[in-house]
Structure formats: structure tokens, C-alpha cells
Design a protein around this ligand. Structure first.
Ligand code: FES
Length: 107
């Protein structure tokens, strides 16, 4: 296995219904995770990009939250329709998707 150039962590934290912090799982995290894995497969990008589910990243209210390393860029409110844009712009072309980027006050 080669060391990835970019590593994406998708918050898939689940909590009981009615929990005061809510969670990314209730906002479509599994579908977002599957979309990242589908893009990885379609692009055969396993040698340079990794996508891994994670537990809570912190700002639960704004999920689904996704963080990209090594830059440490946090994206919030990510949906399935955003995944190909994150791939094309950030993971392939090193251009941060500003419209999804969490404000500095959050991350
Ligand atoms: S549950 Fe996803 S950031 Fe907290």
C-alpha cells in the first residue's frame, strides 16, 4: 500500500435520536462516505487518496463534516452532490472548495 498524498476523514458519528448535539449520521454521513469510496473506485485513486470514516470531529451542528489532510481543511454541510467537486478541486487540483470550508471561528 502506498502512502496517500491526501487523506479524507468523513465524520460518521451516530447518536441516539433527540441527542442535544445531533450527529453527522443523521445528516447523511453514510451516503457521503459511500460517495467518496465510489469516486475513489471510479478514479482508481487508491495510490494517492484515502477516505476513512471517523468519529465526531467537533462542530456537529454543521455536519456532515469532512476534513482533508495534510492541509487540515474542514468542510461542513457536505452532501453527496459535493463529493465530486471536493475530489476535482481539492484532492486532484489542490484548490480548496471555499464555499464548503468551515469558517476560521470553527476550525
Ligand atoms: S457528529 Fe460529526 S462532527 Fe460531531
Amino acid at each position: 500500500m502506498s502512502k496517500p498524498v491526501k487523506h479524507v476523514f468523513i465524520c460518521a458519528q451516530n447518536r441516539p435520536a433527540g441527542h442535544p448535539r445531533s450527529c453527522c449520521a443523521h445528516k447523511g454521513a453514510d451516503a457521503v462516505l459511500q460517495a467518496f469510496w465510489r469516486e475513489l473506485q471510479q478514479r482508481n485513486a487508491y495510490d494517492r487518496i484515502a477516505a476513512t470514516w471517523s468519529g465526531c470531529l467537533g462542530p456537529c451542528d454543521s455536519g456532515v463534516n469532512v476534513v482533508v489532510y495534510p492541509e487540515g481543511v474542514l468542510y461542513q454541510g457536505v452532501t453527496v452532490t459535493d463529493v465530486s467537486e471536493i475530489f476535482d478541486q481539492h484532492l486532484v487540483s489542490d484548490q480548496i472548495v471555499e464555499r464548503l470550508r468551515a469558517p476560521a471561528s470553527v476550525w
